[in-house]
Design a protein around this ligand. Sequence first.
Ligand code: PEP
Length: 255
Amino acid sequence: MRKLFIAGNWKMNKTMASAKEFANVLKSNMMHDEVELAVIAPYTQLEILVSALYNRPVMVGAQNVFQETSGAYTGEISIEMLKEIDVDCCVIGHSERRQYFNETDEIVNKKLKLLLENDIRPIMCVGENLEVRKAGNAISHVKSQLEKGLMDINSDDVMNTTIAYEPIWAIGTGETASPEQAEEICSEIRNFLSEKYGEMVAEEVIIQYGGSVKPENAEEILRKPNIDGALIGGASLDVDMFMDIYDKAYFTKKH
Ligand code: PEP
């Protein structure tokens, strides 16, 4: 049985001081074994979070990693550097990185391999923009991202990979995909995985939805059978909202 997985992506927000405050409030909240929780923070806040959340069932994640292991790549962060901080997970292929930093599916695939080789759990984002959706090509677009992103990834590794379906038109816009729209693509993602790796493997893979998830819409989305959690941007910056979504995840029909 897949666990639900709620992850908050802080993007380029917070400071070391406010991250520590957030972690302290998190620690005072009740944790549910059945729901995994992660904070995905800027690099400068990672170490403070790892130590503040030590021995707590909250994962700490990075928002990116560079695809090469070392060298003349000014401004980038390597897998070894992330390992040294002891992060648990890492987002790759976020639409903002694809849009502003030209992260292609081929680069996402390289990053995915590095993370898997180094036992850092990848959260691989896929999703279409509004133009693609309006043209009726959302499913084929997402499948193509998966095909290239998961190139040469075996069954064991894909089971350790979280896929986040994030329609670009719903990220940070306040516009959420309807639970039905989100479920449609997430179930297509599972079908894709089933065709590529077999049903048993596909049933193990955690598929998150991301795009303006808030306490008000979380339950409806998380109740859908192929949606196993959420990647949350804006609403994850406020610890009360974030924990509200986490608690709501626990109370969905899956528990
Ligand atoms: C995201 O950044 O991955 C995201 C889903 O953002 P938001 O929740 O703000 O739409």
